[in-house]
Design a protein around this ligand. Structure first.
Ligand code: GLU
Ligand code: ZN
Length: 297
């Protein structure tokens, strides 16, 4: 079996025990399958990424005993590839410009319908304000955020044969790990769920020319990743990724979402939890074996 996985940190702060767990687990799974472990630097948010954090990622991961092929893929060097795909989606009429800010979205979202969640993987579910009033023809605007028309994308993806009669037809991805509610195995979702629980996500952010969702899908495909190992916080976003893969004719990898490492109070670790930074354990003389034992590997 071909097994290619990756660890894809953003250099916006020190890596902590949660990152150590994710990277070690991915590398262990690759080793057990006779596969390959890759590293990718997710540095599209230029306002928050710093080269010293990137350098520390290399130091921390090497100290943990991880090895990866070089050169490492860096998203900041892939902007032309992202733009090409945005242009393709634009020419297919699947994107529209939107400059609504958080406050506009909150005001327009109003009271949620009963049973329909208010929040999706990117925060408040976009109520669709600009979906019909924005221009979709002519040259693609490059100075404005672009949203994916998710209902139209679901139809164009061929995943659901989204005629009104079969809107509940399911698409699936394979989960080798577990989602936050124990989801595992074949994970089914339909077009209605995409519109109700995800909505029109931004694919090109202001000042970025891309977004997490677009970049992660294109990069996993470009690197030939077959198994995506990452935290359960990204489980809900996976349906967006599967939709984009289908739209763009890219293979869908197997997903392996893992538990999140929490602090003593049960809160998931954040970048600002310097107390659990790998670098701190390292300078205090901890061993890699102790880190492994702490995260249960
Ligand atoms: N760059 C993302 C993060 O640091 C991970 C992306 C992924 O694994 O899909 O949370
Ligand atoms: Zn808008």
């Amino acid at each position: 079996m071909t097994f290619i996985t990756r660890f894809a940190p953003s250099p916006t702060g020190p890596l902590h025990l949660g990152h150590a767990y994710s990277a070690l687990l991915a590398s262990d799974l690759a080793a057990a399958a006779g596969g390959q472990f890759l590293l990718r630097i997710e540095d599209i948010d230029r306002s928050r990424c710093r080269t010293h954090w990137e350098d520390q990622i290399y130091d921390d991961l090497s100290w943990l005993g991880l090895r990866w092929p070089v050169p490492v893929m860096r998203q900041s060097e892939r902007l032309p590839a992202y733009e090409d795909v945005l242009r393709e989606l634009w020419s297919r009429g699947l994107l529209y410009p939107c400059t609504c800010n958080r406050r506009d979205i909150a005001a327009a979202a109003g009271a949620p319908q009963e049973g329909v969640p208010l929040h999706g993987p990117d925060g408040l579910i976009y109520p669709g304000t600009c979906r019909h009033r924005s221009q979709r023809s002519g040259p693609m605007p490059t100075d404005t955020p672009l949203r994916l028309d998710i209902a139209k994308a679901a139809g164009a993806s061929g995943l659901f044969n989204a005629t009104p009669e079969v809107i509940h037809k399911n698409s699936v991805f394979i989960e080798f790990g577990t989602g936050p509610n124990g989801e595992t195995g074949q994970i089914a979702f339909n077009a209605q769920e995409l519109t109700d629980t995800i909505g029109d996500v931004v694919l090109s952010r202001r000042d970025m020319g891309t977004s997490y969702h677009l970049s992660v899908v294109l990069d996993d495909a470009a690197q030939g990743v077959t198994h995506v190992v990452r935290g359960q916080d990204l489980f809900e976003a996976t349906r967006i990724h599967v939709l984009l893969q289908a739209l763009l004719g890219l293979p869908t990898p197997v997903y392996h979402h893992h538990m999140l490492i929490r602090d003593d109070a049960g809160k998931r670790l954040a970048k600002r939890d310097d107390a659990r930074a790998i670098a701190k354990y390292r300078t205090e003389g901890a061993t890699t074996e102790q880190i492994r034992a702490t995260v249960g590997l």
